[in-house]
Design a protein around this ligand. Structure first.
Ligand code: FAD
Length: 336
């Protein structure tokens, strides 16, 4: 019998007490679908102690909040989260489930889709509903190719992951979502994996994937020590640190900071490229940034041409001058 689901679920991620703002991107994406179909949009909070996050989410544009709360969901064990979500969705029958295309979403979304007999489509950068049918756009080969994917889920829900930062984060609204709690029974799923331990990333660095601001450094820095300039500017702006492959290959900074075709694809509001020429493989990872600032000695390089604001000059002089100016402005606005 054909699946008759209704409503959109946006599945939030709470990691060690912190709610990922990607939920607010899902709410924006989910609104497109829910409004087109006149359906309800539900933000799902899953984990241990997540009910405490309901207030943070209540006025961010969802109609409802569904809390799946249990000690067994404390850590991000895929089978446990899949089991709880599958059981709740089996009862409530949403038509669409949205996840962020994070490590968590990429693992749990397809598991949920298979368990519910639905269809999964990944990495949506745009969503459209036409005559009730959901289609999404996903980019490939560094956005050189955009494919349009039709989601045909006859026997289960549509399960979609959205590309990080592809949708604006929902703002605050006047209305507050109604909060409900669903029963979670660990006996309803089989768990073959066991949580052993968790090691926090001690660096406290902002993750590139969901960063709103990124300061990136390239070979123009001249040497590894000068990466401190990038870190200073990033700290001053509250930004994540990125890098070109040239400096990653030179061992100046770990791979996790690499932006580009073979690194991370990012979409911040602000991208500051310092000493990066803007070869096509780097641009593939960041050209969709809202505002791009380039600092470079070569006014004719591709990054300076692409940039919203280009600053021609030596970064070893320009970056400290910017940091000092920011400090001055901050100082005077603090009344000191
Ligand atoms: C298959 C493949 C995949 C790749 N994937 C990636 C990827 O994911 N990410 C990536 O970044 N690259 C990638 N590359 C490499 C890419 O082609 C470039 O080699 C690389 O991006 C160049 O890095 P860069 O801009 O730091 O260095 P360069 O191209 O050497 O540019 C250095 C820039 O610094 C400027 N400069 C020099 N001195 C100063 C100064 N004092 N002040 C200010 N500016 C200065 C120069 O004018 C120049 O524009 C890939 C290449 C291949 C073949």
């Amino acid at each position: 019998m054909a699946y008759e689901g209704k409503g959109v679920w946006c599945v939030g991620e709470v990691r060690h007490g912190d709610l990922s703002p990607s939920l607010f991107e899902l709410i924006t994406a989910g609104r497109i679908i829910a409004d087109a179909r006149s359906e309800t949009l539900t933000a799902v909070l899953i984990g241990k102690g997540v009910a405490a996050k309901a207030d943070e989410v209540a006025a961010r544009g969802a109609d409802k909040i569904l809390v799946l709360e249990h000690d067994a969901l404390d850590q991000l064990v895929d089978e446990a989260h899949t089991g709880a979500l599958t059981a709740a969705a089996g009862t409530e029958k949403p038509r669409t489930l949205l996840f962020s295309a994070s490590v968590y979403g990429r693992s749990v979304a397809p598991r949920v889709a298979v368990a519910l007999g639905g269809a999964v489509a990944s990495d949506a950068s745009a969503l459209t509903v036409t005559d009730g049918k959901l289609t999404l756009e996903r980019s490939a080969f560094g956005s050189a190719v955009i494919s349009t994917v039709a989601v045909n889920a006859a026997d289960g829900p549509e399960v979609v992951t959205t590309a990080p930062m592809a949708f604006e984060r929902s703002g605050t609204s006047e209305t507050k979502a109604e909060v409900t709690q669903a029963a979670v029974d660990p006996a309803s799923w089989t768990q073959n994996t066991e949580f052993v331990s968790f090691s926090a990333d001690e660096s406290k660095e902002i993750d590139l994937g969901g960063a709103e601001k990124i300061v990136s450094g390239g070979r123009g820095l001249g040497n590894a020590d000068n990466f401190s300039l990038i870190r200073d500017l990033a700290k001053s702006l509250g930004a994540a640190v990125g890098a070109s492959r040239a400096v990653v290959d030179s061992g100046w900074i770990p791979y996790k900071h690499q932006v580009g075709l073979t690194g991370r694809q990012v979409r911040p509001r602000l991208y500051v490229a310092c000493g990066i020429s803007g070869q096509i493989q780097h641009l593939a990872g960041m050209k969709s940034s809202d505002v791009i600032v380039a600092i470079n000695t070569d006014a004719d390089c591709p990054m300076m041409k692409l940039a919203t604001y280009s600053v021609k000059g030596d970064l070893t002089q320009i970056i400290p001058a910017i940091v000092s100016e920011i400090d001055k402005v901050r100082g005077s606005s603090n009344g000191s």
